[in-house]
Design a protein around this ligand. Structure first.
Ligand code: LEU
Length: 874
């Protein structure tokens, strides 16, 4: 397969001004007529270039240039493109192309495909070429008119981008609808949907007083699960007006939920297509987390209308331009709607467990990659989440006010254009006068920087010297980055010191240091005593800190730090260092004991009251196994699991009384409401239940079973089921069966049923997973189902997936090979659990490599899977 390089980018030779699409739609046969008006691109100096339209898996019927049908000698056709050597250079010309496709046979879910009985599209990144021949690249922006023709009974609803401008009836029970999108757009934002859909409708009045019609389309049986998505949409629209001054531009905004979808959702202009997972919610079917994610993804796709659609990417290497910025926007939106402290912790947790691993592994790439084989493989945590952190750092360096001036300038300069990351940074720089030349390296440098911290206190001078140095392990000739490091100093009595550093602004005694050298000293004046350092507050940069801090200081910060992130972080570090000591003890074969300092710290938190119970729950949560693994030179899955379980069980045993009390206090009067107070109560209560179920007593089993049987919400029901499945609860089988019976018609709930079993740490899990693969409800063609079984087992169950005998690896490779021919995108996502093989012991390394090699040697290996598997072996 061919590698595509950023350095080879060149302007398109031709531009498409208008696209007139005509579809005759049937499940197994769709006929597409595309009429294009094309001109030579004046910005491209080359003349007389052939016109190369991209197209895959299409059956061509005819082509006409300016109304004259071309003979087969006038064009060349291969698997990927249609080339016409001779086209007019000085005038606009029209091309009419007719081709057919088979949506039903499209299990890759790219282009036009069938989900249940509806027809829908997914064109980002390169799906449009599976619909018709086109200049399928984001810097070709055109005005689209789309007419859909289909059977009235099978497809009563016919949707596309923009506004409905005409409709009518045909003979043979068929009807047609014409849609017109007044905004120029790249073809990756094209969408169509046809099906038997119901919709809920609402309205939004924009800041300039325009009335927007909002519609959410779903299958009939889901119509009672759309209210939250609609409210989320209205919240998003208001937030973008208030925060960024951005108003919606069309008169209609539509969202369609589909059950088969490779990703989360897609921002097609005026017609978002969503994975049902990010639309459907009712308190008894969706958890509080699901509710939060729905609001976040609805926000994300809505925010794309400005950061993605009005201003799009010049080429796919610039993907983070729209995704990083839009993730940053949706993170801030969620933070404003929920708890800022908890949202930051959740995001950093995800970044550090998953993106850091990606950035340290064989597939590490900068947020603006320089080469790819298959662009679908670059919709990564790096491009999205690290991309968002880079935007966040720009805001930290510029200050909020200048950051918004920069955003305004960016919107004003580039509206209607396809641009690069550089344009974004330039606008930020121009609006603020802040020099970002060194900062730009974040766009081209892969790897997570390590920042080493050393401190020397001079009592005579009352000064503290902080020496910070940076490096990026595993990256040759790593660039020296510009890193904002937020710091505060605490006195022993828990108050924050009023210290200063030359040329550094302090806000409420918090200083933002700008690390720009390999090694740099920062001198704090006016430091009355040896301070306790709170550093990288708010996680001000996506880096790993290297600093020795005694457990007593961590316990101190866990009590006193006024930065909610760092207070939590102190607890995580405290717990992690104790777990690592226990891991050493396990390796020496000695017996384990739990240090007093940990019990005391947890006891103090348990006895606290807080208006933000979700935050309190974060403080009481142990670092995840994957996060601990991240920090070990050679991952020892078993030792990590045992040490962590030991801590959990010990805390539960020593603090049973406090944990039970907290459970009861928050369980009584469970109302099933969805406000943040009620959500906080459930979050802490269910964490308590999880601790208590470690005890495996009759009482704890009873508690979980009662909650399961009487749950008012899915949050409570699934949390109880999780505790039951992960313990020796005698009611396990009965509960699992009952849950299945109760929810067998709700696909998203059954996904939970699969994943809870696939991620169980109980000894029989592998056998259970194998039998679930043969369950009548399992379907390799449904990405959500695959993620809930194969994904959960390989990504969220380290002890069983990494079983010493390699059965987990073999299982995964079998599924990847089966998926390779059905859905390459999903197959390649699943391979990721094999790519980290270098992190394990020799025996596991060999077993994982064997499976990777087996995958690469599969007949007809897709580009997607080949790229991930081969790069991870290289
Ligand atoms: N642009 C989409 C998003 O919002 C991703 C796409 C590939 C479905 O993340």
């Amino acid at each position: 397969p061919q590698t595509i390089y950023l350095k080879n980018y060149h302007e398109p030779e031709y531009l498409i001004e208008t696209v007139d699409l005509n579809f005759i739609l049937e499940a197994e046969y769709a006929r597409v007529v595309s009429r294009l008006t094309i001109t030579h691109n004046p910005d491209n100096k080359a003349r007389n270039a052939a016109l190369v339209l991209l197209g895959e898996e299409l059956t061509l019927i005819s082509i006409a240039l300016n109304g004259v049908t071309l003979t087969t000698s006038q064009y060349k056709l291969n698997d990927e493109s249609l080339t016409i050597a001779d086209v007019p250079q000085n005038t606009t010309f029209t091309l009419a192309i007719e081709n057919t496709i088979n949506p039903k046979a499209n299990s890759a879910l790219e282009g036009l495909f069938v989900s249940n009985d509806m027809l829908c599209t997914q064109c980002e990144a390169q799906g449009f070429r599976k619909i018709t021949y086109f200049l399928d690249r984001p810097d070709v922006m055109a005005r689209f008119t789309t007419t859909l023709i289909a059977d009235k009974t099978l497809y009563p609803v016919l949707l596309s981008n923009g506004n409905k401008v005409a409709q009518g009836e045909l003979i043979d029970n068929r009807h047609w609808v014409t849609w017109e999108d007044p905004f120029k757009k790249p073809c990756y934002l094209f969408a169509l949907v046809a099906g038997q859909l119901e919709c809920i409708e609402d309205h939004f009045t924009t800041m300039s007083g325009r009335d927007i019609t909002l519609k959410i389309f779903v299958e009939a049986h889901d119509i009672d699960k759309c209210a939250h998505a609609m409210q989320s949409l209205k919240n998003s629209m208001r937030w973008d007006e208030v925060t960024y001054g951005r108003e919606y531009d069309l008169d209609l905004y539509m969202i369609v939920a589909v059950g088969h979808f490779n990703m989360g959702a897609m921002e097609n202009k005026g017609l978002n297509v969503f994975n049902t997972k990010f639309v459907l919610a009712r308190p008894d079917t969706a958890t509080d987390m699901d509710y939060e994610h729905i609001e976040g993804v609805i926000g994300h796709e809505y925010f794309h209308n400005w950061t993605g659609n009005r201003i799009t990417c010049r080429d796919w290497f610039q993907l983070s331009l729209k995704e990083g910025f839009t993730v940053f926007r949706d993170q801030e939106f969620t933070a404003d709607q929920t708890s800022k402290a908890v949202k930051r912790i959740d995001d950093v947790n995800a970044l550090r467990t998953r993106q850091f691993a990606e950035d340290a592994g064989p597939l590490a790439h900068p947020i603006r990659p320089e080469a790819y084989i298959e662009i679908n493989n670059f919709y990564t945590l790096t491009v999205y989440e690290k991309g968002a952190e880079v935007v966040r750092m720009i805001r930290t360096l510029l200050g909020t006010e200048n950051f918004h001036k920069g955003a305004d300038l960016y919107f004003q300069r580039h509206d209607g254009q396809a641009v690069t990351c550089e344009h974004f940074v330039q606008a930020m720089e121009d609006a603020s006068n802040k020099d970002l030349s060194q900062f730009r390296r974040w766009y081209s440098q892969a790897g997570t920087p390590v920042v080493k911290v050393e401190q020397t206190y001079d009592a005579a001078k009352q000064s503290l010297t902080l020496t910070l140095s940076q490096s990026i392990p595993g990256q040759k000739n790593a660039a020296v980055l510009h890193i904002p490091v937020k710091v505060a100093l605490f006195s022993e009595d828990g108050t924050i010191m009023d210290a200063s550093v030359v040329d550094t602004v302090a806000i409420n005694n918090e200083l933002t240091l700008e690390l720009r050298e390999q090694t740099q000293d920062f001198i704090f004046e006016n430091v009355p005593g040896t301070p306790i350092l709170s550093i990288l507050r708010g996680f001000s940069a996506p880096v790993k800190l290297q600093m020795s801090q005694p457990l007593t200081e961590l316990a101190f910060l866990l009590r006193h730090d006024n930065d909610s992130f760092n207070r939590w972080e102190a607890g995580q570090k405290l717990t992690a260092s104790i777990i690592f000591e226990l891991i050493d003890t396990i390796k020496q074969g000695k017996s384990l004991s739990i240090p007093e300092i940990l019990i005391d710290s947890f006891k103090a938190i348990l006895e606290q009251t807080s208006p933000d119970l979700s935050y309190l729950a974060c403080l009481l949560s142990l670092p995840a196994e994957n996060y601990l693994a991240e920090q070990m030179p050679v991952v020892d899955v078993e030792a990590i699991h045992h040490a962590r379980q030991f801590v959990k069980r010990s805390l539960a045993a020593h603090l049973t009384e406090q944990i039970s009390a907290l459970y009861l206090q928050n369980h009584q009067q469970e109302t099933g409401e969805l406000n943040s107070a009620a959500i906080g109560k459930r979050r802490i209560k269910n964490l308590c239940l999880d601790y208590l179920s470690q005890l495996n007593t009759d009482d704890s089993h009873q508690l979980a079973h009662n909650q399961f049987a009487n749950a008012k919400t899915m949050t409570d029901q699934i949390a109880a089921l999780g505790s039951i499945v992960n313990s020796e609860n005698p009611e396990k089988q009965a509960c699992l069966q009952q849950f299945y019976q109760q929810w067998q018609d709700e696909a998203l709930v059954i996904d939970k049923w699969f994943s809870i079993q696939a991620s169980s740490t109980q000894p029989d899990t592998f056998t259970v997973v194998q039998s679930l693969l043969r369950h009548s409800a399992f379907d390799l063609k449904n990405p959500n189902r695959v993620r809930s079984l194969v994904g959960a087992f390989s990504q969220a169950n380290p002890v069983h997936y990494h079983a010493k005998n390699g059965q987990g690896y073999q299982f995964l490779a079998d599924q990847v090979i089966a998926l390779n021919s059905l859905n390459p995108q999903v197959a390649s996502r699943m391979v990721s659990a094999l790519t980290q093989w270098r992190r394990f012991d020799k025996q596991r390394q060999d077993l994982m490599k064997q499976q990777l090699e087996r995958i690469i040697n599969t007949d007809n290996i897709s580009k997607d899977v080949f790229e991930i598997a081969s790069k991870s072996l290289a």
